[in-house]
Design a binder for this molecule. Sequence first.
Ligand code: SAH
Length: 465
Amino acid sequence: MLLTISTTHRPADDLGYLLHKHPQRVHEFALPYGTAHVFYPEATEDRCTAALLLEIDPLHIARRGFGVADAAPLGAYVNDRPYVASSYLSVALAKVVGSAMGGRSKERPELAGTPIPLIATLEVVPSRDAGVPRRLFEPLGYRVETSRLANDLLDSPGAAEPALSPYVTLRLEGTVTVAELLTHLYVLMPVLDDAKHYFIGDDEVEKLLSRAGTWLSSHPEREFIATRYLKHQRWFADAALARLSEGAPPLEEEVDAPDVEPAVPATPLNQQRIDAIVAALHGVGAHTVIDLGCGEGRLLGALYEDRDFTRIVGMDVSPWSLRAAGRRLHLDNLPERQRDRLQVMQGSLLYRDARLSGFDAGVLSEVIEHIEPDQLPRLERVVFGEAHPNAVIVTTPNRDFNARIPALAADERRHRDHRFEWSRAEFGDWATSVAERFGYSAEVGGIGEADPALGSPTQVAVFRA
Ligand code: SAH
């Protein structure tokens, strides 16, 4: 496992003071699972690179079985642990550069607190989805580059195309303090790796919070990070998130539009959206419906109550949302006859999926704005191209209306996870373009009390094949 950290801050070889490791020497540290070496391939005033090489003892892993897929024969002995960045790296960082991670430097105390240009390169990082490193590191101010490694091992003989390697080389470039960079790596490497942790234990919540408390609470992926870091131990993750969000806005709730005319007993926008979608589904004559990105299943509940809908499927990428939907809809205790009528499944809207085909209508309720704009064409192909229901109903916030929401600062979005919010013009253009490309007609409108100049808080498009 190789990590390098470079700087061009002048004098660059001050990096040695920040890491507490003299650039002219090779340093060696014994770890419970192997040996860490620190050395400097280059150390001049202009540029300095420190390298951390981790030699991991495969027998230690075989004995402890950490992060190794049980299914593979000999997997305990032959596996990726010695090469990839994982929680072994975090443990090594804490041991080898712990005081640098704490921001302490005897010789250069001021520099230790100063953001300097830093580049970190991790040669082998497990990441099937190259979007994940960006989601994790970009909000922290890094420029993120990944290049997928060639796959020389996993092809099955005769396969037409080589299978993609699940590993990338990750390069992070940013102007941060050395302590920040090390802490980000400490917390996020195990998150990227997502294998069983070397160090999962009772004090993990404390470790996570003490290392990441300040930046994690405002990170848009904090739930994902806490959960993966704590390796799907939901209880720990909940505890960590609860403590992080003290004083912060609740995770799932969007800043919805306030009621414009408080005198009228207002239906919450959320409910108005559900009512409008159900009405639109009736309007297109749908009986079988798939709710794409169903979240916690509020719309599914409304559809379930309505006899007109004979087959209702909810799909979401988030297992936690699906679990919440399961509880809300009592999926475990549905009467026998209803079990085929209402189902949920996990899936991603970014991958072609035969299970999405064969419905009268698909719903994307407040989902598209959670997708990175450059990934949206994939969703379009999957939903409008491949699944191709007779009708698709899409809702999304109307950015024009944000000026009416006092809780929002200028240019602030309604939810931290929103990757964009479109004006009416932008949504209209998108709907027209999707309709043209995939053989639909599109009708665009609004949901919720409209402002005469700014339109409704929610926009909706009804596509018909
Ligand atoms: N439709 C619900 C939830 C909206 S929140 C409602 O209207 O209240 C957005 C949902 O989209 C989340 O539940 C999120 O998990 C899901 N989502 C985000 N990206 C997704 C993807 N690539 N595939 C499937 N679901 C996704």
